[in-house]
Design a protein around this ligand. Structure first.
Ligand SMILES: Cc1cc2nc3c(=O)[nH]c(=O)nc-3n(C[C@H](O)[C@H](O)[C@H](O)COP(=O)(O)OP(=O)(O)OC[C@H]3O[C@@H](n4cnc5c(N)ncnc54)[C@H](O)[C@@H]3O)c2cc1C
Length: 324
């Protein structure tokens, strides 16, 4: 008889696990957000679109390249080309070399996750509450309001480390790489982008990256959608900062760096990622698994910060569960 598996999170990890396990088990994916994607999400503010989590990804292993190949052939994933620069206040901009292809999903970063979600039972806007002790042989899940979500043989979390620790609090000695925050400032102009560069790596500044989202393939080029990522260090130092205040500080830095007058922007908004990326991963763990209790977990804190590493680790975990 097929097992019931609950997966918490519909980012790339949860959806990859779902696709791998769905032929062998009854899989249900719970996602607290209104859409799939997690940190590969896109902010829609028509006519502006911002991939406000991961702006791009790289593919270094044959396994991930093979996974991407059909998507590349279908145009769902495309290479993002163009001039990239280094920026520093008071210094002349210099050209920055990218030594490997930088890939994006099209028309938005969440498109790959939307595709992976096809054929899966994904319950959106459903936040799973911390697990209570296993009843007989099952985990009886419920949402934050106490509504029952069913009984499961296995529960797999793909939430960030701190959230996974809360979900599994009674059962697991979980540890992983510490996670850091990031502010994403989104700026839109109702005019095409008129500079030569597509992205800027910023040095010695609260801002780490400036990404011209509208220069990516299959984006609306009649408008300019700019994404500004703060440094993780600055975000952690300003984690309790009022959002408007953080936005004001980042806008000032952005204007000083680029001389683009954001006061005249047609769209301006800021998102704070409490758990954006990991600093550095130590050790060999790429997922957590407790077969006796039927719980498992994976995400960047267990594997590595890049989308490719997260995807590889979700595959390894699915294989282990299938073997069990
Ligand atoms: C600002 C930023 C920049 C980045 N830059 C890059 C980059 O350049 N290149 C790169 O490769 N990677 C980058 N990353 C990292 C990459 O985005 C992540 O490693 C990857 O997307 C993680 O995927 P995941 O599925 O493991 O986790 P997530 O995408 O975080 O998915 C976990 C999901 O679980 C859901 N969830 C949590 N708790 C619950 C609950 N109790 N109930 C229901 N749902 C729950 C969340 O809403 C979320 O959707 C970046 C990330 C950020 C935020």
């Amino acid at each position: 008889m097929k097992k019931n598996i609950a997966i918490i999170g519909a980012g790339i990890s949860g959806l990859t696990l779902g696709q791998k396990l769905k032929e062998h088990a009854h899989v249900t994916i719970f996602e607290k957000a209104r859409g799939v994607g997690g940190r590969m999400s896109t902010r829609y503010a028509d006519p502006f679109y911002f991939d406000h989590g991961a702006p791009y990804f790289t593919a270094r292993t044959h396994e991930f390249q093979s996974f991407l190949q059909p998507y590349i052939e279908d145009g769902l994933v495309a290479e993002w080309h163009g001039k990239v620069i280094n920026l520093e206040l008071g210094k002349k901009a210099t050209k920055r070399l990218w030594f490997e292809p930088h890939w994006v999903a099209t028309p938005n970063m969440n498109s790959v996750c939307k595709q992976l979600g096809q054929g899966l039972d994904v319950r959106l806007s459903c936040e799973v509450a911390p697990l209570t002790r296993k009843q007989s042989d099952f985990w009886e899940l419920q949402d934050k309001q106490g509504t029952p979500l069913g009984a499961y043989d296995w529960v797999i979390s793909t939430a960030p480390l701190a959230q996974t620790q809360t979900l599994f609090h009674t059962e697991t000695p979980l540890h992983g790489a510490p996670m850091h925050g990031c502010y994403s400032l989104m700026i839109g102009f109702n005019r095409p982008w008129n500079k030569q560069w597509i992205a800027a790596k910023v040095r010695n500044n609260p801002i780490e990256w400036i990404i011209i989202n509208s220069t990516k393939p299959q984006r609306n080029k009649d408008v300019t959608s700019i994404l500004v990522h703060s440094s993780n260090h600055w975000a952690d130092e300003h984690s309790d900062c009022d959002m408007q205040e953080a936005q004001k500080m980042l806008v000032e830095q952005f204007m000083a760096l680029t001389a683009i007058d954001s006061a005249g922007a047609d769209y301006l908004s800021t998102h704070r990622w409490k758990y954006a990326v990991i600093e550095d991963r130590k050790g060999d763990m790429c997922f957590y698994l407790d077969a006796r209790h039927g719980i498992a977990a994976t995400s960047d804190w267990a594997s590595g910060s890049r989308i490719e590493e997260v995807w590889l680790s979700a595959n390894r975990l699915a294989e282990r569960i299938l073997a069990i």
